[in-house]
Design a protein around this ligand. Structure first.
Ligand SMILES: O=C(O)c1cc(=O)[nH]c(=O)n1[C@@H]1O[C@H](COP(=O)(O)O)[C@@H](O)[C@H]1O
Length: 249
């Protein structure tokens, strides 16, 4: 098989399979065949399709981000991280707002699974900071966290770093401040990506794919600009081409 033309860029695109059933998810996967992108399975699909579909994606050779955003007491999150790691995913996440003990418990659950099954590869464990749908006003007035979104995101990122996590989910806007605080190898996974002119919908902190990569972010999460496009493959390829202009390796 010939290698995909923009492999390095494609591997940094995480396509969010936000679908209600396996049939629709499989259809998109078939449409994207040959593009070496990451696939994200979130709550909607996982609660409908379960771990079996995650295994199917792994068998098809995809890198999988299981986005269940755990946020619970440390013991429960430890158990969740253990079960998720055993599934063999490549990336999963918890909410940084769960705090230090909860994030350390997630690391412990993951490490326990890795020590029990040496065939597993260590996944990236990522903390959600402030959701990309959250505006400054919502964070200050509804959630009740004072200050700027960027300061809050960086505070969460530092905490996640101290707890031994591999990176954070944030908007692409905060990527440079996170890297400055936690180092360039601390991974930034950034939803809130919208090609110029695309429907913004419920996202508030957004950037275009090219700018998000140029800002130094590692992975871009894109859902509806691909899944709701008339031609999803073309939409994905256009995003990858735009990313590719700023990818150096
Ligand atoms: O953890 C995530 O993936 C996530 C965090 C966040 O702050 N914002 C956010 O949009 N996401 C996810 O990223 C995807 C974005 O989808 P679109 O807005 O359709 O591109 C969705 O699957 C969200 O669940």
């Amino acid at each position: 098989m010939t290698e995909y033309v923009h492999t390095a860029a494609a591997q940094r695109l995480i396509v969010a399979l936000d679908y209600p059933n396996v049939e629709q998810a499989r259809h998109l996967i078939d449409t994207l065949q040959g593009i070496p992108c990451y696939i994200k399975v979130g709550m909607q699909l996982f609660y409908a399709a379960g771990p079996e579909f995650v295994r199917e994606l792994k068998e098809k050779g995809y890198s999988v981000f299981l986005d269940l955003k755990m946020h619970d007491i440390p013991n429960t999150v430890k158990g969740g991280a253990h079960s998720i790691t055993r599934l063999g995913v490549d990336m999963f996440n918890v909410h940084a707002a769960g705090g230090r003990e909860m994030m350390k418990a997630a690391v412990a659950g993951m490490e326990q699974a890795l020590s029990e099954d040496k065939a597993l590869t260590r996944p990236l464990l990522i903390a959600v900071t402030q959701l990309t749908s959250t505006s400054q006003q919502t964070m200050n007035e509804d959630i009740g966290i004072p200050g700027s979104v960027e300061d809050t995101v960086v505070r969460y990122a530092r905490l996640a770093y101290e707890c031994g996590l591999d990176g954070v989910v944030s908007s692409p806007l905060e990527g440079p401040a996170i890297k400055a605080a936690c180092g360039s190898s601390f991974v930034t996974v950034t939803p809130g990506v919208r090609p110029a002119g695309a429907e913004v919908a419920d996202q508030t902190r957004i950037m275009t794919p090219g700018r998000a990569i140029a800002a130094g972010n590692d992975y871009l999460v894109v859902g509806r600009p691909i899944t709701a496009a008339i031609d999803p493959r073309k939409a994905a390829e256009q995003i990858i081409e735009e990313m590719n202009q700023y990818v150096n390796d």
